[in-house]
Ligand binder design. Sequence first.
Ligand code: FES
Length: 611
Amino acid sequence: MPAARHPDPASLFVPVSATNAATNATTNATTTSTSPTTSAIGLAKGLTNYGDTGFSLFLRKAFIKGAGYTDAALDKPVIAITNTASAYNPCHGNMPQLLEAVKRGVLFAGGLPMDFPTISIHESFAQPTSMLTRNLMAMDTEEMIAAQPMDSVVLIGGCDKTVPAQLMGAASAGIPAIQLITGAMLTGSHRGERVGACTDCRRYWGRFRAGEIDAAEIAAVNNQLVASVGTCSVMGTASTMACIAEALGMTVPGGASPPAVSADRMRVAEQTGTLAVQLARQRLTIDKVLTAKAFENAMRVLLAIGGSTNGIIHLTAIAGRMGFEVDLAALDRMGRETPVLLDLKPSGQHYMTDFHDAGGMATLLRALKPLLHLDAMTVTGRSLGEEMADHPAPFAQRVVRTLSDPIYPQGGIAVLRGNLAPTGAIIKQSAADAGLMEHEGRAVVFENGQDMAERIDSDDLDISADDIIVLKNIGPKGAPGMPEAGYIPIPLKLARAGVKDIVRISDGRMSGTAAGTIVLHVSPEAAVGGPLAWVQNGDRIRLSVAGRRLDLQVSDEELARRRAASPVVEPSAPRGYRKLYLQSVLQAGEGVDFDFLRPPVMRGKVPGAGF
Ligand code: FES
């Protein structure tokens, strides 16, 4: 069963004025015979409990009138808007303009816009990692939706964790909701070369580490990588989640790709506000949009765009809130028949602005049409197929390929299993070195992030390009927060020798902007006693992407001996959110959500039985 906590959409749209008389009478007679919350819209919904519902509404109206509202304004459907502006979050730097445009759209459609703040998370400003607070933002979003009166909610997010957190929270809150993406940043230019965050950040930093460029040049690059406010300009996690949100039917058509500082983005924002009023009037609650078919469409898109591996974790968490478990084996089968069509970095060569110029999701969905559920509902109140029928006519472009001419023949992400990953691991095969995807090598082990930081660049490190680097204890509980440390740097001695890739394995995540032969999300993680915990230097490991295997060439008996010799003690914290996190966080295959935020009984799997 979905965990929706607002089971009363039928109570929408008895206007405040209809309750005013009752409220006045109630107030005048000092009785409590009226219950405005049971058949209320807008500000009459979800009244604060003073033991007298009439007084509660009377008081609420008195306070809001302090802001200068009229009774006529207060009779409108209330359209709430999450304001995730933060000086710490330049990916949301266009929030003032977006808010203005959304409010314009709400007012045009006859609603009352009410913005409210929630947590805002930026990748580079959250320590130890933004993932630690994604669930906190989801809880904030859910609880503030639940606590405040609103008939629908506009979720404005963009940076990696914000969109998944908002969709998770809104899914659990259960009211009509629509997602607005902040949009991608512009690209910059360094010595005539186009650059953008953050694939080029990593590429140039790798060149600096290898001694190919000097300090003056890396400083110059630093000025160009982020050319404007907005989200990372490649198919990283933010862009992946934008495309997923649109594929889920949660944005206006074409809502994924407009750049943050474009007129198109502001038009999308205005349309979002207008649509939010319609959503409220149609009582189109989020469970009608976030269906099994919608999740399967989103998975298709994730695979076809060569999306971030983080997209799987976030999509798993959102689906989990609606009562769907993600079947990784079925997702892998889906991947084998879903080629990568989008030629964007890091799998390809273009940037998000190019994707937008190529028609954005309309072009991609058209190319993927035979593989999609066209009858999936969207926030427009129409099916995906109906919306696609109204898409602009196709035109010649070079960013989105066809099914018969993909940039990679299978989906970007492959799911691995084996004795090193009993419940799964993944690899972004579209961004890996083809020569390393069938590989056996000697393990070079780092026990945790600190160990790696201290030794990876040592000239004494015993490593060659044929070895396999293993990094433990960066999983959901291990670091904690499953940081994007799975993109293990090439050891300096190898980088200086010109080595560009080496097989790397961890229980952590990696930025969607990164590339390499990198196995991630190894589950169960080392910190809870997964087999990864028992790998030792010199063990042989075999990776077979074609066979979907990840195996440690060590006998079960030897692994049992190692396990008994040094049992794992799971990490804990003495207080606060971190204590809650460590007590409650689930593994990667369950979206790294908290156990108490998923429904007590799941209702199915996605992809379904057909895969
Ligand atoms: Fe915000 Fe990349 S850091 S999207």
